[in-house]
Design a protein around this ligand. Structure first.
Ligand code: IMP
Length: 427
């Protein structure tokens, strides 16, 4: 029995999808356990580009079962659209996709509420993806206004609950936004019932399925969305997403005990990016930041927003690696740094005259730190054709050694380009 987990160690967008995609042929089941359609994976293979949001990357491999577990929040029409669009590109979606009946459902009022709450923060928004993720998780924790996937199949109680909830949401939203156009419970009910019908063949008790899969010795692969620094409990609160996007969410989000995980891979970019608000100590506002954004195509998969770019922050990444408890690292997008004459890695922070290698727990403290850098020579050579560690220039190998030393975990995988083949595996 083996279970592998792939988690991001930074603020998301670490290219986890590529690692998950690569590992799927050694696994039987791929599990998404948190987040929703705020996530975006781009997977390249066979010259084709596949954009995935709610669907686990396992969907692209014949014979692999993809599971959307209870900890995920689901916008049913977004899921139906994604299934249809991936089918159009020739990918089979049938009994290879299982959706938990325990997962919570995102409704239009979640998106409306998020819009109001974000604009109320005026010039200090969280910078969310506006997909209703946080407001849906809030209702899940609050229980009184929550609806789960399984509820969609109990027509009369679903309709009654929706009537009550929509009336209350309309009252709240109209109080906050006087010209708010009230939502219509009946049309939401109709739309969601249609989607539920389309999804019915996939909806099961995924927890029971995963336990049976473990008993049968099937190999599980857990695919995180976002990154450890966006974790609701351990990230840069409140500039986080509303789920446990670190490895901490695997157990609660899937129902599979964490002790079953035999390999934890932490994915980190060779530099750092962030979308949305919140402190980012190593952010570059200069032409180097723009160079990284251009070469790395650092624009959001879901929202198209330009990502904020900066040097690798080993303090933050080491913290992420410790919270998620990684065995090894996958260092992504190393090729993006190829043309830079010199590279910097933050090795510590200076704060209030002192030096620390600990990641601050309060964002105000984090926004005041000054990163202390180690400068390394660049290699100024195209490395996109490298397939073995020995193919890399010595400066690139030294960079990887420094990352391993500072983050505190061995580098096991290096990515030098978007394609499956552009990977150095199992170093
Ligand atoms: P939410 O998840 O839409 O609530 O957004 C909360 C924060 O998480 C914002 O800063 C988003 O930009 C960020 N975020 C959400 N999903 C992703 C992702 O897949 N990659 C990177 N950042 C994300």
């Amino acid at each position: 029995m083996s279970a592998t987990a792939v988690v991001g160690l930074q603020w998301g967008d670490e290219a986890k999808g590529k690692i998950v995609d690569l590992l799927t042929d050694q696994h039987d089941v791929v599990v998404r356990y948190q987040g929703g359609n705020n996530a975006g994976h781009t997977v390249m293979f066979g010259g084709n580009k596949y954009k995935l949001s709610l669907l686990p990357a396992g969907i692209l491999r014949p014979g692999v079962v993809s599971v959307i577990a209870p900890g995920v929040v689901i916008n049913p029409s977004a899921l139906v659209d994604e299934i249809e669009s991936i089918r159009k590109s020739g990918v089979h979606v049938g009994d290879n996709l299982l959706v938990s009946d325990r997962a919570h459902v995102i409704f239009p009022y979640h998106i409306e509420e998020e819009r109001v709450l974000e604009s109320a923060r005026k010039d200090n928004p969280i910078g969310t993806t506006m997909r209703g993720i946080g407001t849906c998780y809030r209702d899940k924790a609050g229980r009184t206004h929550a609806i789960r996937v399984g509820d969609l199949y109990h027509a009369s109680s679903f309709r009654q609950r929706l009537d009550e909830i929509v009336a209350q949401k309309n009252a709240i939203l109209t109080a906050l936004v006087p010209d708010f156009r009230p939502l219509n419970a009946r049309s939401i009910y109709d739309e969601y019932s249609r989607c539920a019908e389309r999804l019915a063949e996939h909806v099961v008790d995924t927890t029971r399925y995963l336990h049976a899969a473990l008993d049968q010795g099937r190999r599980l692969l857990f695919e995180a969305a976002q990154g450890t620094l966006l974790d609701i409990d351990h990230g840069t609160f409140p500039y986080v997403t509303s789920s446990n996007s670190s490895a901490c969410g695997i157990h609660s989000g899937s129902g599979v005990p964490e002790r079953k995980i035999t390999r934890m891979i932490g994915v980190a970019k060779a530099y750092t990016t962030r979308v949305g608000g919140g402190p980012f100590p190593t952010e570059l506002h200069d032409e180097i930041g723009q160079h990284i954004r251009d070469v790395g195509h650092e624009y959001g998969t879901v929202t198209g927003r330009p990502r904020r770019c900066g040097w690798l922050d080993a303090v933050a990444t080491r913290y992420g690696a410790r919270v998620s408890g990684v065995d090894g690292l996958a260092v992504m997008l190393l090729d993006v740094l190829a043309q830079l004459p010199e590279l910097q890695i933050a090795v510590a922070y200076e704060i209030d005259g002192g030096r620390t290698v600990e990641f601050p727990s309060h964002v105000e403290t984090l926004s005041r730190v000054r990163p202390l850098y180690r400068t390394l020579p660049g290699w100024r050579k195209d490395i996109s054709g490298a397939r073995r560690l020995a193919d890399l220039p010595p400066q690139a190998r030294a960079y990887l050694d420094t990352v391993a030393e500072l983050v505190g975990a061995p580098v096991q995988i290096v990515s030098v380009g978007p394609d499956r083949e552009q990977t150095i595996l199992d170093l």
